[in-house]
Design a binder for this molecule. Structure first.
Ligand SMILES: Cc1cc2nc3c(=O)[nH]c(=O)nc-3n(C[C@H](O)[C@H](O)[C@H](O)COP(=O)(O)O)c2cc1C
Length: 187
């Protein structure tokens, strides 16, 4: 199953438009795609009560609670596509909240006796799609962070970033830039 994480917030999001085009190109054998629209998924950041509740479920090895729904979805996926606009040098905070829900010891990852994380997922590939108003510097905090978490904890073997940059710079033609990005992944 392909898991499509939609972290786009604005109406007529250009990141979402690009991600949909990418999926229609890339998924030509029509593998099932499960979309999670983070804006309406009812996710919450872990607070004291929810963290304690989660820890007690983990200690019992009981992963039936709704709070593990995103982690269970992740375990069913073999490929993941994330669409996230470039915000404040990274991504909308919805992505961090979602990642908190995924990092469940004993369900999606575990630690070896040497303290090294080992994946309990069967993910092969991650594609991260973003658009930016300006230009993303060499330190691509959003993508690099997501790639690190998914490689170290969830065993992703291959990460790729697709980006369209400079869309809000006066004089640039955003439609043309997006077309160029589409041409690049079709090469
Ligand atoms: C809350 C917010 C934060 C943003 N932060 C940045 C930023 O740090 N750097 C940048 O180049 N553009 C930034 N932008 C511009 C967006 O990256 C750009 O408009 C992007 O294409 C929006 O994607 P969307 O059309 O999918 O919403 C920001 C936009 C918003 C709304």
């Amino acid at each position: 199953m392909i898991l499509f994480i939609n972290a786009c917030v604005r109406e007529n999001s250009r990141t979402l438009h690009l991600a949909k085009d990418y999926i229609s190109y890339y998924n030509n054998n029509n593998e099932p795609v499960t979309e999670v629209e983070l804006c309406s998924a009812g996710l919450y950041p872990l607070g004291r009560d929810t963290l304690e509740k989660r820890e007690s479920h983990i200690a019992e090895g009981n992963f039936a609670d709704e709070m593990f729904a995103q982690a269970h979805l992740l375990k069913q996926a073999d490929r993941i596509i994330i669409a996230a606009p470039y915000w404040d040098y990274s991504f909308p905070s919805l992505i961090k909240v979602w990642i908190e829900q995924l990092c469940v010891m004993g369900l999606t990852f575990d630690y070896s006796s040497e303290g090294i994380p080992t994946s309990l997922c069967s993910l092969n590939e991650l594609v991260y799609i973003t658009t930016a108003g300006g230009y993303i510097p060499e330190k691509n905090f959003g993508y690099d962070y997501v790639c690190e978490v998914f490689t170290s904890f969830f065993g992703v073997k291959k990460c790729r970033c697709i980006k369209a940059e400079g869309l809000d710079i006066a004089g640039n033609d955003p439609e043309e830039i997006i077309k160029m990005t589409k041409r690049e992944y079709r090469k």
